[in-house]
Design a protein around this ligand. Structure first.
Ligand code: ATP
Ligand code: MG
Length: 140
């Protein structure tokens, strides 16, 4: 077991419905500590850069327009195996397939408006944390 940090984003569908606190409570109850957090509104260009890995997918325009449509809360979550632990707490990308008790089962509206983002590997987590946070903005 190793203490890791991962990048989480509470997406526009969730901030619009005032779910930041409810989702944070699920992360904290699941053993993750919020060691960095800020509410921002991404520009379309920022969202396109962040999701560059998906640029050839059919949903790229929908995804980047959605992510820049309203405020998001970007956060650094820390804990044992934080990358995989966070993805367990989030649940499947498609809420129809997400397990009971997960954030997406509880709150996601559909496969696109699915309330949260979480880094998928430790390597990507490091890149994604650095995309949004300076070292001094993370206090463990
Ligand atoms: P995330 O990267 O947001 O944590 P994920 O790793 O479960 O979620 P990815 O496959 O990386 O999912 O897709 C990134 C995001 O793109 C999804 O969270 C979702 O918002 C959106 N997305 C994925 N598939 C579709 C789709 N078929 N239609 C619309 N949007 C989609
Ligand atoms: Mg992903």
């Amino acid at each position: 077991m190793a203490v890791e940090r991962t990048l989480s984003i509470i997406k526009p569908d969730a901030t619009n419905r005032n779910l930041t606190g409810a989702i944070n409570a699920m992360f904290e109850a699941g053993g993750l500590r919020i060691v960095g957090q800020k509410r921002i509104k991404m520009t379309l260009g920022q969202a396109q850069k962040f999701y560059e890995i998906h640029k050839d997918k059919g949903f790229f325009a929908e995804l980047t327009e959605f992510m820049s449509s309203a405020p998001v809360v970007v956060q650094v979550l820390e804990g044992e195996n934080a990358v995989s632990r966070n993805r367990e707490i989030m649940g499947d990308t498609n809420p129809d397939n997400a397990k009971e008790g997960t954030v997406r089962k509880k709150y996601a509206l559909n496969i696109g408006e699915n309330s949260v983002h979480g880094s998928d590997t430790l390597e990507n987590a490091k890149k994604e944390v650095a995309f949004f946070f300076k070292d001094e903005e993370i206090v463990g």
